[in-house]
Write a protein that binds this ligand. Structure first.
Ligand SMILES: Cc1ncc(COP(=O)(O)O)c(C=O)c1O
Length: 352
């Protein structure tokens, strides 16, 4: 349901906590997590690690920080990280890995899917002139590819290739539970081939804050120090970790509703003149579309016009729009968005 009368499709990060989360926050046992005596944080880390099939977990303030920590623990400065050119880390995390002294080596994937041969070809041991590969970086679901679920086989094969060259693999699983719900394959199985995985609680799972980095005990011990270096150690963080526990127990299965709404939205949008989109490419909760021939407005203009009607979404550049479904978007919000976009683009109000 829209908050403040606004149908907010900008991101699943705009979700508000559920009533169960407010209750859990009020009664969470707390401590100072820098001394590791916040029982709620510890419980969240244990549950997260179990769900990812890893030995340990580390609660971090954001996905960006958890990714940053992972890069720094896996790779000493001067090494190279192989990643997809459209991944979130390369595009939206302010070159964080570069500040860690790492060189990012992007590969052109096919809608987020990196070809095994391309990765194998680029792995290198390093010599007096070339940096050695220090890490392979994967993302699932793949945000810029429209929330695409990267198939498990691809993750398995790429991880095998990297491991054969003694290169570790990190998975940015910000929305790994969307991948779980859409594919029917557990997050644990999806993360099984990789050495570390990060997932976000603050997106479709509706927590106000937080992400968890999971990996081996030794990896997480080192990660704890890097989190401190980056200023990410928190104190009575159980108050927010309590929401994470609720999210992992109660909010995963409902992601299917978001996926269903996103599919419906995509199917209906294709009827609006000027919109280019393939609904078959909508795997999860994100809908990306292009404004092509026949659209009288560009993407920033469409965003501005819809904003006036209290329907909010984002543009990427001049011709691409992103809309994301989440707990606080219901069927009425979808219908309203279709109606507004349809009428702004000149179709005449029924949204198609
Ligand atoms: C794929 C992916 N990775 C990482 C992040 C970063 O997470 P945060 O916003 O918590 O820093 C995002 C955020 O949208 C994301 O989509």
């Amino acid at each position: 349901m829209a908050h403040n009368g606004i149908s907010d499709f900008r991101s699943d990060t705009v979700t508000w906590p559920t009533p169960a989360m407010y209750e859990a926050m009020a009664s969470a046992p707390l401590g100072d997590d820098s001394f590791r005596d916040d029982p709620t944080v510890l419980q969240l880390e244990v549950l997260s690690a179990q769900m990812m099939g890893k030995e340990s977990g580390l609660y971090c303030p954001s996905g960006t920080m958890a990714n940053q920590v992972a890069g720094r623990v896996h790779c000493p400065p001067g090494k190279e990280v192989i990643l997809d050119e459209d991944c979130h880390t390369l595009n939206f995390e302010l070159a964080g890995l570069a500040y860690a002294g790492l060189q990012m080596r992007p590969i052109a994937g096919e809608r987020g899917l990196m070809a095994c041969d391309d990765v194998a070809e680029r792995l290198r041991v390093g010599d007096s002139h070339t940096p050695g590969t220090g890490l392979l970086w994967l993302e699932n679901t793949h945000n810029l590819s429209g929330g695409r679920v990267i198939p498990r086989e691809n993750i398995v094969e790429l991880s095998q290739i990297a491991h054969r060259a003694s290169v570790p693999v990190h998975l940015d699983g910000a929305r790994i539970f969307n991948a779980q719900v859409a594919s029917g394959i557990s997050a644990k199985r999806l993360a099984e081939p990789v050495d570390s995985v990060m997932f976000c609680l603050s997106k479709g799972l509706c927590c106000p804050v937080g992400s968890v980095l999971c990996g081996s005990e030794d990896f997480i011990e080192q990660a704890r120090k890097v989190r401190q270096l980056l200023g990410g150690t928190m104190r009575q963080a159980g108050i927010i970790a309590a929401c994470g526990l609720v999210a992992l127990r109660e909010n995963i299965d409902r992601l299917a509703e978001d996926h269903k709404r996103a599919k419906h939205l995509a199917e209906e949008l294709t009827d609006i003149t000027g919109i280019e989109l393939n609904p078959d490419e909508v795997d999860t909760n994100m809908v990306y579309f292009r404004l092509g021939e026949g659209a009288h407005l560009n993407a920033p203009q469409l965003v501005e016009e819809a904003h006036k009607e209290k329907v909010w979404f984002l543009n990427l550049g001049e011709d691409t729009i992103r809309m994301v479904c989440h707990k606080d978007i219901d069927d009425d919000d979808v219908e309203r968005a279709l109606q507004v976009i349809g009428s702004v683009l000149g179709k005449g109000g029924d949204g198609g």
